[in-house]
Ligand binder design. Structure first.
Ligand code: NAP
Ligand code: ZN
Ligand code: ZN
Length: 351
């Protein structure tokens, strides 16, 4: 099926209209008309060739909300007309220990999980993501959406920004009695604040943008620290159980490890294209502190997060854009001018 899309043809070329081929649904497939797609900083890293391995043309987008148009004969969980979500993965080996545990993002299969975009497909071009009018996905990787229809655009960012913060918050036990820091108040960070607040932790938001202080409080932060201000940082030395760092660029980690208490963890989810300066080992060994990483989240925990958000009335704070605005939006993301997730109204692609 020929399908309208928006693609980058090289790291330096601006996005433009493009046509891609979507497969007819096989027995286990769900064909989806895309209504909304969130804009993740990973889209920018990938389209601009900031991470190794981008194949062009590149059609990013992995925060997809859409309507089922057709299902294969073996599909049991979805039917035409239903509203569904697709996140960062569209396939994995399904047989390894990680897949059995519902942590498909850590798949040990020959190619790991298949990303919704730029994911390897045997023999063909890499996968194309949600900056497009439609997508066909195996039902295992399709999520059920139970939010109200009026909220659907603001639900799209939960499919990456939501799950990427939910998974480590749950794994490291964010909840009542825990002091949790969220570094970088962009797409991921603002969801991290909302989710950790809903989980009952004491939240401190760290931002380099003084203009975001009031917003961060409104999002649910108990305290907000402008991280460039050393005096403000010092007040929090040795006090955090967990700090989740969502920053999209290289920065000094020691400023945050020093804030962890004994056995605390600094968990990195940001995908900075260049390395962070090497952290101080002394700061780690003297308090048994850890630096760890975390990748998106598995399909079962993504459904758990979506259901939790629907029950607690949680969505993303969004700014709706047209597909044609994507270059201007990337430029704003690079200036940290995000409040707090751009979402593409895919109707604009059809016009
Ligand atoms: P975003 O909306 O652009 O937000 C990033 C925020 O980081 C900015 O708003 C800014 O917050 C802060 N920041 C940016 N440059 C900085 C710098 N030089 N020093 C200090 N702070 C800086 O990006 P996003 O979509 O949330 O994505 C964040 C990162 O996570 C990206 O690298 C993305 O690729 C990665 N990611 C990883 C996963 C995963 O599975 N691990 C999943 C999705 C995305 P303030 O203005 O508050 O300082
Ligand atoms: Zn993402
Ligand atoms: Zn696997």
């Amino acid at each position: 099926m020929q399908t309208k899309a928006y693609a980058a043809q090289s790291p330096a070329m601006p996005f433009g209209p493009h046509s891609i081929d979507r497969r007819e649904p096989g027995p286990k497939d769900v064909a989806i008309e895309i209504l909304y797609c969130g804009v993740c900083h990973s889209d920018l890293h990938t389209a601009r060739g900031e991470w190794a391995g981008t194949q062009y043309p590149c059609v990013p987008g992995h925060e997809i909300i859409g309507k089922v148009t057709k299902v294969g004969s073996g599909v049991t969980r979805f039917k035409p007309g239903q509203i569904v979500g697709v996140g960062c993965m569209v396939d994995s080996c399904r047989t390894c220990a990680q897949c059995h545990d519902g942590l498909e993002q850590y798949c040990d299969g020959p190619v790991g999980f298949t990303g919704t975009y730029n994911g390897p497909v045997g023999g063909g071009p890499n996968t194309y993501g949600g900056y497009s009018a439609a997508i066909t996905v195996d039902e295992h990787f399709v999520l059920n959406i139970s939010h109200a229809e009026k909220d659907l655009a603001a639900v799209a960012p939960l499919l990456c920004a939501g799950i990427t913060t939910w998974s480590p918050l749950r794994h490291w036990g964010a909840g009542p009695g825990k002091k949790v820091g969220i570094v970088g108040i962009g797409g991921l960070g603002h969801m991290g604040v909302k989710l950790s607040h809903a989980l009952g932790a004491h939240i401190v938001a760290f931002t380099t943008s003084a203009a975001k202080v009031a917003d961060a409080k409104a999002l649910g932060a108990d305290e907000v620290v402008v991280s460039k201000d050393e005096a403000q940082m010092k007040k929090h030395l040795n006090s955090f159980d967990l700090i989740l760092d969502t920053v999209s660029a290289s920065h000094i980690l020691d400023a945050f490890t020093a804030l962890l208490k004994r056995d605390g963890a600094l968990v990195l989810v940001g995908g900075a294209p260049t390395p962070h300066p090497s952290p101080s080992v002394h700061a780690l060994v003297f308090k048994r502190r850890a630096i760890a990483g975390s990748l998106i989240g598995g399909i079962p925990e993504t459904q758990e997060m979506l259901d939790f958000c629907a029950q607690h009335g949680i969505t993303s704070d969004i700014e709706m854009i047209k597909m044609q605005d994507i270059e201007a939006v990337y430029a704003r993301m690079l200036k940290n001018d995000v409040k707090y997730r751009f979402v593409i109204d895919m109707a604009s692609l059809k016009s």
